[in-house]
Design a protein around this ligand. Structure first.
Ligand SMILES: [Zn+2]
Length: 184
């Protein structure tokens, strides 16, 4: 297995990503690409000709970058949605700097860091009804104003029409995720 580092020029990018090509004798037919930090690593079969390799590497890098651009657009939508909710329910007082979907949040539906005004939503929410996503988003936005869950926080959330319905939905989802076992 030998690895080489090369640069690939993409006119859409300010800074082209470093591309690492790994030729592996064990990989007969499989071609794959993955993002590893600031690099894109492309695995190709060792038998592939240099011309074929160049074509495949370019194609796989474009695919990874296109996926990343799609995800970033999703995050832009989320930020716009957060700003709308803040305007409607919080008098625009919550001003997040960024709102992102994340894959590594299995225990929580959402989280926020008031210090840098960032909000993260678990991607598990992405398939749930819009009023549930809005509820979690509003909950995290309210935390940018009020860190605790006391009376002040409850008052911030009070204007949301689907409050009880969304809480019921998430209770059910949490119960199902834990595996419904009969109460003792
Ligand atoms: Zn909370």
């Amino acid at each position: 297995m030998d690895a080489q580092l090369e640069l690939l020029v993409d006119p859409d990018l300010d800074r082209p990503p470093a591309v690492e090509v790994v030729r592996s004798a064990r990989r007969r037919r499989t071609i794959s690409a993955e993002r590893v930090g600031d690099r894109i690593v492309v695995h190709v079969p060792a038998r592939m000709s240099r011309t074929e390799e160049a074509e495949w590497v370019a194609r796989m890098v474009r695919r990874v970058l296109a996926g990343e651009r799609r995800r970033h657009r999703g995050d832009d939508d989320l930020l716009a949605r957060a700003l709308t909710l803040s305007g409607r329910y919080l008098g625009g007082r919550a001003a997040p700097a960024s709102v992102r979907w994340v894959d590594n949040q299995q225990q929580r539906w959402g989280s926020c860091t008031p210090a840098d005004r960032t909000i993260r939503l678990s991607r598990r929410l992405a398939t749930m009804p819009g009023y549930v996503v809005d509820y979690v988003l509003l909950h995290e936005l309210a935390h940018l104003i009020e860190p605790g869950h006391g009376a002040a926080f409850t008052a911030l959330m009070a204007g949301y029409e689907e409050l009880a319905r969304a809480e019921g939905f998430l209770d059910g989802a949490t119960h199902a995720a834990r595996g419904a076992s009969p109460a003792a």
